[in-house]
Write a protein of this length. Structure first.
Lengths: 428, 155
């Protein structure tokens, strides 16, 4: 909406004053809510720190609004921007509140934050919450919360430790944000290396959609042609980011990530595919390729667990962009696999150990947790091995009857012991 | 959303967060318009946003270089936003090449430099400032072109 001061100067002034009054009142209401939330009990300080950061930012916004008796167009835009901030931050306040809910498996918080800090830096803060949406999620690049990682798990699974490896994918988004410029430059250079050839091969189709572009050479100079390519680069970047995050999760958690991914995603979601993700079969193919590169065992017939989601109905231009993006993704996944592998290898996140997995499994067979574990990853890989072991607890019928629940409790207890031992050892 | 992003290690630094919620192109451009407006009304009150905006344009459009195939490696979101903003504010004729867009972006960074320098020297060209304010507002409106739409307030 453009502002308005087509009417008299007095009317215009009144309108502007009212806009500011409403905008300030809306933010004051949010600040009141934040003050109430701060009275909650927080099991971890990070949630409270996030609230303080958001509170400070909204206080600054009020200052900007209060200090203006300026150009009506400027005030109009300032009020619109502050309204946008409310839409962005109110859900995050809900997330912070839910991070205090006892539905969360607080046992996993400490070990997960350690991994996040090894990957992203020693001062990174973590918020972990159970969310009423089925997809694990992360809030991307929340500007008031730079340095915070916010991971949500579906409420029905938030106390299931077997799905913790999926947090590795979400952590990958935070790694991506940190390395975005470098990673996007790789994508852009690979894209431009290959796009002209691809479009030239489909030139007739391209010119039907973009008749003002006369020849392939114009793809790099004509602003209209470039704009369509830029939009495709953005789409490709989003697809590449999802693959990169899979590779980060895989590199941290090894085979356990593949099991958790299959648990949540197989065979596929029956609704049309989201275009910002690769086709599911491609995604799985890349995962298997990365697992081989990282030398992790791939579960037998893993790819057969999945199928592609239906393709969405798109307008011709979007269809073209998607087809280019799908084609280009093949050209950059090797780079993404290598980059994700290098990034995690450069941290001191422990690599999964087969010996440790076997040792911990032996303890699980006795329905007791293992002591002196070396990493969260080993516990989770043991958990998945136990989950798939048809003979586990066969001789203990009472336990076998409630195998899944007992296994989850046992794993959570093991993670708690692991964390406790780490604290006793000075966090080493 | 185009943002100035944290480089490694920078998220630990308070200095990286002077803008809190507002470190995206849409908001920085809007605040820059406010600072230009202050200059028009002869009540200068800092140039943090103008300098930030200049830095964003320089990083996302001017310093990006070209690929081996001759494509400009610009940040797509900022490029589209700038192209639209220039058209909306009508400060230039319609651009038909990426080279011209980058050239115009360079002119804008020079203008942003000039405005802060002249403010320190106490002299300003009001017309030039008004033109810059319009451009900043147009950039603020165009900057979210690729952001996923937020639902309307459902009443």
């Amino acid at each position: 909406m453009r502002s308005s001061c087509e009417n008299s100067e007095e009317e215009c002034h009144k309108r502007t004053q009212l806009l500011v009054k409403y905008a300030c009142a809306r933010i004051e209401s949010v600040l009141d809510s934040i003050r109430q939330l701060k009275a909650s009990e927080f099991p971890y300080k990070d949630s409270n720190d996030a609230l303080c950061r958001i509170e400070k930012s909204f206080q600054d916004t009020i200052q900007h609004l209060s200090a203006t008796d300026s150009d009506p167009d400027y005030i109009n835009q300032l009020c619109a921007i502050s309204l946008r901030h409310l839409f962005i931050y109110i859900p995050i306040l809900g997330f912070i509140l839910r991070s205090t809910n006892v539905r969360n498996a607080f046992e996993i918080f400490g070990p997960l934050r350690k991994i996040a800090r090894k990957a992203l830096g020693p001062k990174v803060k973590l918020l972990l919450s159970s969310e009423w949406t089925y997809s694990p999620m992360i809030y991307h690049e929340i500007l008031a919360l730079l340095g915070f990682v916010l991971i949500g798990l579906p409420a029905s699974e938030s106390s299931n430790p077997l799905l913790v490896p999926l947090c590795g994918h979400e952590l990958g988004h935070a790694v991506w944000a940190r390395k975005k410029i470098e990673l996007e430059n790789i994508i852009k250079s690979r894209f431009y290396e290959n796009v002209r050839e691809h479009i030239t091969e489909n030139w007739q189709h391209y010119t039907e959609l973009f008749p003002s572009v006369d020849k392939p050479e114009q793809l790099s100079t004509n602003i209209f042609a470039s704009t369509t390519l830029w939009q495709t680069v953005l789409l490709l970047s989003k697809q590449a980011e999802e693959c990169f995050c899979d590779f980060i999760g895989l590199k941290i958690y090894g085979t356990a990530f593949l099991h958790a991914f299959a648990y949540l995603c197989s065979p596929c979601l029956s609704s049309p595919r989201a275009i910002t993700y690769p086709k599911l079969m491609k995604r799985v193919y890349y995962l298997v390729k990365a697992a081989k590169k990282y030398q992790f065992e791939v579960p037998k017939s893993y790819e057969n667990m999945f199928e592609n989601r239906p393709e969405p109905q798109l307008a011709s231009m979007d269809k073209l962009r998607l087809s280019i993006s799908d084609y280009m993704l093949d050209k950059i996944t090797d780079d993404m696999i290598a980059k994700a592998g290098d990034i995690i290898s450069e941290t001191n996140i422990p690599r999964p150990s087969n010996e440790e997995r076997k040792r911990i499994c032996k303890r699980f067979e006795l329905v007791v947790p293992a002591s002196q574990c070396k990493s969260l990853t080993d516990i989770l890989n043991s958990a998945w091995q136990a989950y798939h072991d048809p003979d586990l607890w066969k001789k203990i019928p009472d336990v076998l009857e409630r195998k899944n629940q007992i296994l989850k409790d046992l794993v959570l207890k093991n993670i708690e012991i692991f964390e406790f031992e780490q604290i006793l050892n000075g966090g080493k | 959303m185009s943002t100035l992003r944290a480089k490694e290690g920078e998220t630990d630094s308070v200095e990286f967060l002077p803008w809190g919620l507002e470190d995206d192109l849409a908001t920085v451009s809007c605040y820059a318009a406010g600072e230009v407006d202050n200059l028009i009304h002869k009540r200068p009150n800092g140039f943090g946003a103008i300098k930030r905006l200049r830095h964003m344009i320089q990083d996302s459009l001017i310093d990006c270089g070209t690929s081996a195939s001759g494509h400009f490696m610009v940040d797509p979101t900022t490029a589209v936003a700038m192209n639209r903003a220039l058209a909306i504010s009508r400060s230039v004729d319609d651009l038909d090449t990426v080279e011209k867009l980058i050239e115009e972006s360079k002119q804008i960074t020079k203008l942003l430099d000039r405005v802060t320098k002249k403010a320190e020297e106490g002299e300003q060209n009001k017309q030039e400032l008004e033109k810059l304010r319009s451009l900043c507002l147009a950039l603020s409106r165009s900057a979210l072109a690729f952001e996923e739409p937020i639902d309307e307030v459902k009443l």
